[in-house]
Each structure stands twice: as structure tokens, then as C-alpha cells.
Design a protein around this ligand. Sequence first.
Ligand SMILES: C[S@@+](CC[C@H](N)C(=O)[O-])C[C@H]1O[C@@H](n2cnc3c(N)ncnc32)[C@H](O)[C@@H]1O
Length: 286
Amino acid sequence: MAKDNSENLHSPSTDATYTLGRTSHETTRLIEQSRIYGESTQRLCKRAGITAGMRVLEIGSGAGDVALMLAELVGQDGQIVGVDVNPVILETARQRATEAGIRNVEFIAGDARGLAFSDKFDAIVGRFVLMYMADPGEAFAKLVTHLNPGGIIAFQEPEYTLYPALLHPDTPLMNQLIKWILGAFEHSGAHLDMGIGLYRAFVDAGLPLPTMHLESPIGAAETWAGYRYMATIFQSLLPLLKKYGLATAEQVDVDTLAARLRREVLASKRPFFLPLHITAHAVLPT
Ligand SMILES: C[S@@+](CC[C@H](N)C(=O)[O-])C[C@H]1O[C@@H](n2cnc3c(N)ncnc32)[C@H](O)[C@@H]1O
């Protein structure tokens, strides 16, 4: 049973601004993002050992996609508690759980680092959330206090510092998009190297060394969903790009972005990499 965490709704000021904003478009983008990254998140959770009957804490729930996937994985005998610092987006998560007839999931608003629970968990999972926390190692140290012996830690975070390796003279649009993404996340204070930084976070928290994988959806087909997904990312990033003088709405031209990207990929014969991400999981000693 979750205790009231409403006093923890505000993060310390040293945390990053949520780069992609708090709009209804961003909620929709998160759901679309999950269609692209969901399969690898599920693989991570299975690989980490999350299975039927487990009680799992999921942090940074957003629109609820990871929690809903976990609810299916643990089955009716298991239980999921999802937490997000943004109480508004949790209304969408709760509604989606109700519509899907999923009853073994509960969402609570609060800062994941300041939670109090009367019962422990078998696993803690997070996707694209540590990158916004000032000190991910400290966050891990706090989170694992909620785990049973033998508990599982499984996280998936983006790795933007490898993105510039993809710059190429034949792909000016892709090069520009990568520079804008890096600029926007850097200005917001998010960790650009959170994927690789997962390792340091496990070490700093005194956890067992994690097993890690690097993944990225890559596309070149004419019908690939990734072009449109990139346009939705840029719609969310636009206010920040404008605020920091990185790009104007005319330069980004969200409405034609997917079509221009598709054209460049087909002409250059160089596939487009969606943001790379790294997964890491470990199991506490019993
Ligand atoms: C990029 S979204 C990812 C949402 C979801 N994990 C997914 O992959 O679909 C990051 C979420 O983490 C939440 N968040 C950021 N810092 C948090 C914190 N300290 N505690 C709880 N949630 C946090 C944000 O409000 C946001 O909804």
C-alpha cells in the first residue's frame, strides 16, 4: 500500500527541466514512443528476471506504458506501483489502465526519490527518467531501500553522446536534427550520457555491476514509422529550441519534417538512427 507522497511533488532545483514539456502533445508522443521502444523494454524486463507474481515499482511512469506492460508480465498475482512527479500525466495513465481492464496497477504522484511504502518490492524499473535527476547514483541508493533481498533493478536510458558519430556529409538534415536534439537536452540540464552513465550510477550506489545492452531502432524503409516519430519529438522540443535560440519554427518546419527526412534517407541510402538507448539490470544479493 502506498503512503501519501504529495509533499514530494517538487524535485530539487538542480534536476533538469523536463526537456520535452508538459503538453497533451507530449503525452501522445510518449505513447507513440512506447510503440517504438516498448519491445526492447519488455526484453529488458524479461532478461532481468521479472516474472509472474512479482510486485514492481516503476518510476517516471508518464502515460503509463511501462507500467501497463509490466502489469501483463507479472499477471494477476503480481502488482505494479507506478510513480511520476507530474500528477496530470498520471490521469492519462490511470484512464488507460481502466480502459484496458488492468486492475493490478496503481499510480501515485510524487518524486520517486522521496517515496515511503509499507511493503517492499521484488523489482524497480525505469525508462527515460534518470536522465532528469541531478544525481542518478544517489537516486538508485534511495530507490533500492524499497527492494527485497534478491530484488531486481532494470533501467533503460538514452545515450546522446554517441549520436555525433552518425554525422555524414550526405545527410545534412539528419546532422542538423542531431545537433538540435543535443542542444535542447543540454540546455535543459538533462544527462546526455545517461545510458553510459547507468554504469556509474550502479557503482556509486554500491549495487552489483549491471549487465548492459545498447539498442537503437534504425530505419530506411519508405513506410518506416520513425520519420513521423522524429517529427513528434521536434514538436515537443520546439518551445525549448526557440527559448534557447537554437532554432525557429520555420527552420524546424515540423509539418514537412517526416517527408524531408524520408527523402534524405532514400536518397543517401544511409538509414536513420532514432536516439540510441542503453539498458542495464542487476540483481541484489539474497
Ligand atoms: C521521458 S518521460 C518517460 C515516461 C515513461 N517512463 C515512458 O518511457 O513512457 C519521463 C517521466 O519521468 C517523470 N519524472 C522525472 N523526474 C521524476 C522524479 N524525480 N520522480 C518521478 N518521476 C519523474 C517525468 O514527469 C516524465 O513523466
